[in-house]
Design a protein around this ligand. Sequence first.
Ligand code: PEP
Ligand code: MG
Length: 841
Amino acid sequence: MQKPEFLTDFTVISPSAQIDPARHGWRAKCLQRLVRLELPVPETVALPASTVRAIAAGQMVDCAGILGHFGDVPLVSVRPSPENPDWGGPATILNVGFNTARHDHLARTHGQAAADALYLRFVQGYAIHVARLDPDTFEGLEPNATGLREALRSFQQEMDEPFPEDPARQLADVLRSMSRAWEGTTARLLRQAKGAPSEAALGLVVQKMAQGIGQGISGSGVIQFADPITGDPKVKGRYLGQSQGRDALTKGDAIYLTRDPRGASLEELAPEVFAELIRHGAACRGRLREEMQIEFTIEDGRLSVLDAVKVQRSARAGLKIAVALAKDGIITQSEAVLRVEPRALSELLHPQVDPRGPRDVFARGIAASPGAATGRIVFSSQAAQASASRGEPCILVRRETAPEDIRGMHSAVAVLTERGGMTSHAAVIGRGLGLPCIVGASDIRLDAKDRRLVTRDGRVFNEGDIITIDGTTGEALVGAAEMLPPAQDGAFRQLLAWADEVRDIGIRANADTPADAQTARDFSAEGIGLCRTEHMFFDEDRLVVMREMIFADTSTDRAAALARLLPMQRADFGQLFEIMRGLPVCIRLFDPPLHEFLPHSREGLRELAEALDRPLSEVTRRAEALAEFNPMLGMRGVRLGIVLPEIYDMQARAIFEATVETVRAGDPVVPEIMIPLVSARREVELVKTRIDALAAAVRTKSGVSFDYRLGVMVETPRAALRAGEIAQHASFLSFGTNDLTQMTYGLSRDDAGRFMNTYVQEGVFPEDPFHILDVDGVGELLLIGAERGRKTREKLTLSICGEHGGNPESIAFCRNAGFDYVSCSPYRVPQARLAAAHLAL
Ligand code: PEP
Ligand code: MG
């Protein structure tokens, strides 16, 4: 068959027309919905993607045929209509069809000035976007007869032909130019970055122009009914008399829509049109099931609705809008849950830098813990504590943080470190505390001696200077940025309650302190999945006793020091049990190498010698003897528990004694005790024997009976591989994917930040495996461990408690693998609850 000379595959949009979003694009479909709602939409023709593609390839479309639908001498606009509005598209072109005859006609009906301005605008748009002439020649011309003459002359000069007079030819040129722009490399890359498939197609819509220029009340504007930042119901937008397109949003002399003490408003100028817009807004919301922004024109008092797009919105506005739509019965609760991206929730938990304010960025790093805070720079934990005691917010800036900085971190409002990655100390603690944190900011250099930091481009900041940490973007800003408050309001709680109704995997929190536990409870975690007990030993009074214990020469001396720690630990656990009342609490026995508890400076060692009443030389020698070449692979975790069993004994006794109290108080808990860094079954046997004996002793002594569960933390590849035999002695396995990732890759979690960027950029790793679970390697170990463990013990409880626990991807992985729960930092619990609900829907 012979190809037709002109393509005729286009459709006039009417209530019954076949408009398919996959073929004609979202805009065409949306316009049809507006037509069905009987909104005053000007005549519109939709071109499907197949036609647009053919146009790009050089075929001609029947433009005269299209224009025939719009009556005689029409002016039209052409707008892009990709399948998904986020994919962008070429700029809209207005006033296609303008020529000398149209100009003369308009001069008679609308006046010379309006006719000149409109014609000029079209010539400019056509010259720059369609004929691709130099914008400098055409921009900045006065919108009058002289400007118009000059534009037409320049066009003729550059193109060697007069400005085209035939509307069909103009339309054909515009369609060709827009379809080719869509095929360009830059446009392609831009939309692919927003998730568009490589073959994403473009539809186009040709719409009869409704003039915003002319007699009576004429103009154009944009209106929406929800605040884009807060999501609260609110009429927002602007109107500009004698204008077209989105001019009202860019020109300074636009007026308000609703009555406003600051100036004139459309509501006063044209109350009936305003009321009509409000009615249309409500119809759109109800029937399109979305908050829409409406583009409109008024021509001599008559309203036309040209277009409607989804209101652009912040994360908090998105949540508020989804919940409001569900509450009004417009969408279902499940749909509201699905409309909110889990990761977007972190924005609502903390203050955020207001995106509308100015930003002066002086350093960038890894966005390790979201939220933003402003404070004065301090370079040491002591200075942070001093600042906090003066009531002055401060930001702790360190090369990296260590356990001894914990109190400084508690005193700071945010943390910035030069080194480190997603699971470095600062990052883990920052997330736990809900403290905005940037790590691995490698373009700053710390000069701790002179107490200043210098950026790569030579900017210098001294202690006391005010900065803002934006932990959501990983940017450090000069001065105090404008902030938005957190938004854990009724809508937030409502959405999560709906999420909990459908979710089918448990969510617990990693919580070490009563404050963490309280946060976990407030965010409705179903228990504590990991309590890292070592952090309990860094408080001033305990650290001294801890060091005495470390330096004890004999088992008796060690027992004496531990006896002093026992009531403190008992009180710690008692508090956690009380806060988590009724919910499971999983306590991990002591994990880090002892060396971490010793001072690192000479000054610190001197103070320690004083406190212990021993010679400095001896203290120094003992501290050196405890140092290891590779402490993370050294004497830590269960190894310490086997070599120095008294520590675990003390902890187990403290747990059981605190448990007895809960039984006596009538609210019994069943504590879970977890052994870290296991690699062999025998390790578990040895620890279990002692712990069982201790439980029996406490039961006998107290006369109170209680239950407990003993489990193993799977953090070494060997533990995953031998999970079958390990599960003989464990009632649960919790995968510690921080160490497991470190050991599977042989990649230091504290040092990987230095080259991670390069590795990810070069595509060696698709993502930082400390951040996003490596499902191929580490994931395989999880699956092996889970399967072998459950083969031995069918009811074995399985969970993950590494930093990955809160990520939607890891939650999906664990859910598929049949895990019982995930455990993550308290501040990530809301995101995890929502992500889990998405998986179940
Ligand atoms: C882990 O290794 O995944 C874990 C949770 O323990 P930590 O981060 O305390 O080493
Ligand atoms: Mg670990």
